[in-house]
Design a protein around this ligand. Structure first.
Ligand SMILES: Cc1cc2nc3c(=O)[nH]c(=O)nc-3n(C[C@H](O)[C@H](O)[C@H](O)COP(=O)(O)OP(=O)(O)OC[C@H]3O[C@@H](n4cnc5c(N)ncnc54)[C@H](O)[C@@H]3O)c2cc1C
Length: 548
């Protein structure tokens, strides 16, 4: 099957839908998403969106907080562009029906929360279900738009890239790569379709699933990063993975965060024997910065060999806890943990990927007609450590930038003649059984996630990184050997992408011989501005084979 649209958007979170709504004013849009359209990280965002609306706030203060958090690697022009664009983007959300909590004192239009690293209250939110409110409103607006068509349960397998040589004026011939669309697997029929478009936008979100513990939903397997890398796009700063210190540790509690507010209300981190440990690590104890707390927990777990630590708030009045934390109380209680009497088992969890596909200020990648927006992109905003609640903002701002830029080019791209695009390379539709040895896939998923957690996690060493590189090479070899025997399916494709992204994170971490922001290497514990105040970049060299 072949489809043709003006715009092909891969992903239905805030990045994809914000872009789709703007692009649909000028052309047809396909939104391709590998699961149900609301199954996105966006849908699970809790805190809200950072933006300057308070009477005591300013663009300069928000920019400075962002730059402080980024530990020397934020691009100041990008920071300024994103911060200044914030209020307008929030207004657009209000216009499509997002109901943010109003400010009771009427000093600003909305109630503004405060989060770690922000010097002012500036987080607009819809209770603690902000992501759900955003996703619902964006989906409703997109569904009402006749120019937008959703393709749910369609898995983007690879980008379609035309490699051509061009001559500009008297200059010598140059290589130009143009993105023409993507090959997409429909999970219900096992059929691979060709989606062609003048503009292709990767909005595939993060890669938290590369780690054993993550706050991310199952869709976060780094597919966009892997597709972009295979296509020859440049990626940057993949070593900067943000870990949230406290995710609920329970076999049936997938991806559930225990908010920082529990520590704010007096919760203390203790080990299995009941000993509080944060005072060994920081004068602010349990209220130290996120990365400090995450590192301390990691150190305790590695030293003791325990699977988790505990967050103890049992000294507070039970009625207060039930009223202050209804969501957390209910979730824990449903799993047999009564937080008014039992310490809550917690582990740090991979939460946000600061690096990604390198883009310019218009969200363009180095491949013509290919854009990247949202968590899969690296714009230069976050530097070495994302400031809380800046990511939803970034996605909206870059959706706006990409729409503006691509619309200005659309007619010219429509007028271009398009080469014949081959159908999915037959060799890869290998006719193998859907039920090959699926245990091989499950086993390798597990090994990769444990390997990354143990060797490429919160605290790194040269030795562990080097071992991880060796192991991952072996796993990737094994995956390549499985492939001919198993019919293409989502699990296999995700495994392949996860393994590639793991390797790229390891390569980024090996490159950076210092500790900065979220990247902490015990063998290089200091920051080295002279050599490393710069982004690390990774790009595939050989373009002969799509599959790595
Ligand atoms: C629990 C949690 C709480 C958070 N809280 C906040 C917060 O308060 N404030 C804040 O700013 N940020 C927060 N974040 C981060 C923020 O939610 C994400 O960075 C942001 O939502 C990412 O949006 P996105 O559109 O880039 O990707 P997503 O919303 O993750 O969407 C990705 C989309 O791509 C699709 N996709 C992926 N691969 C493929 C493929 N191969 N083929 C087809 N489709 C594919 C997915 O199915 C999905 O539709 C939080 C994140 C989590 C997990």
């Amino acid at each position: 099957m072949e489809y043709q649209f003006d715009f092909l958007v891969l992903g239905s979170g805030i990045a994809g839908l914000s872009f789709a709504l703007k692009a649909a004013r000028h052309g047809t849009v396909a939104v391709v998403t590998k699961k149900d359209k609301k199954e996105t990280s966006t849908n699970y965002a809790q805190g809200g969106i950072a933006t300057v609306l308070g009477p005591d706030d300013s663009f300069q203060l928000h920019s400075q907080d962002t730059i402080n958090s980024g530990d020397g690697l934020c691009h100041p022009d990008v920071v300024e562009q994103v911060v200044r664009s914030g209020p307008e983007r929030i207004q657009e959300l209000v216009e499509i029906g997002v109901q943010f909590n109003p400010d009771r004192s009427a000093k600003s239009p909305f109630d503004l929360g405060r989060e770690g690293g922000h010097s002012r209250n500036r987080i607009v939110h819809a209770q603690d279900f902000t992501g759900r409110a955003l996703e619902q409103a964006l989906i409703a607006a997109a569904e009402a738009n006749p120019n937008i068509r959703f393709f749910e349960n369609y898995f983007a397998v690879d980008l379609i890239i035309q490699h051509s040589s061009i001559r500009a004026g008297a200059f010598p011939m140059q290589q130009q790569d143009i993105c023409r669309g993507a090959y997409v697997l429909h999970a219900d029929t096992d059929e691979i379709s060709t989606f062609l478009a003048h503009v292709v936008v990767l909005c595939t979100g993060g890669a938290g699933k590369v780690y054993l513990y993550t706050s991310n939903p199952d869709v976060a397997t780094g597919d966009g990063l892997a597709m972009a890398y295979r296509a020859g796009a440049r990626l940057a700063n993949l070593e900067f993975v943000q870990f949230h210190p406290t995710c609920l540790y329970h076999p049936h509690a997938k991806n559930f965060l225990i908010s920082e507010a529990v520590r704010g209300e007096g919760g203390r981190l203790i080990d299995r024997r009941g000993n509080a440990f944060m005072e060994k690590y920081h004068p602010l104890k349990d209220l130290a910065f996120r990365d400090v707390v995450a590192r301390a927990i990691d150190t305790e777990m590695k030293r003791s060999g325990d699977d988790c630590v505990f967050l103890d708030i049992t000294h507070r009045d039970p009625e207060f806890l039930k009223e202050r934390f209804p969501n957390i109380y209910q979730k824990c209680f449903s799993l047999g943990i009564d937080m008014t009497r039992d310490p809550i088992p917690v582990v740090p969890a991979a939460h946000y990927m600061c690096g990604g596909i390198l883009t310019d200020q218009w969200a363009q990648t180095n491949i013509t007609q290919l854009y990247a927006i949202g968590e899969c992109a690296c714009t230069g905003l976050h530097g070495a450590n994302r400031l809380a609640s800046n990511s939803l903002l970034e996605a909206m701002v870059y959706a706006h930038q990409a729409a503006q830029q691509s619309l200005s080019q659309l007619q010219a791209w429509r007028d271009q003649s398009r080469p014949d695009i081959p159908i999915w390379p037959a060799a890869l539709d290998n006719g193998a059984s859907r039920f090959g040895e699926m245990i091989l896939i499950a086993h390798n998923w597990d090994i990769i996630r444990r390997l990354m957690w143990n060797y490429v996690g919160i605290v790194r060493t040269d030795n562990r990184l080097s071992l991880a590189r060796t192991h991952i090479a072996q796993i990737r070899l094994e995956i390549r050997e499985h492939m001919p025997h198993i019919k293409l399916n989502n699990d296999l494709l995700e495994l392949q992408n996860l393994a590639l992204v793991a390797e790229l994170i390891i390569r980024g971490a090996i490159q950076r011989k210092e500790s900065r922001g979220l990247h902490y290497n015990m063998d290089h514990p200091l920051k080295d501005d002279a050599k490393w105040r710069r982004d690390t970049t990774i790009q595939r060299e050989a373009k002969d084979s799509i599959w790595e």
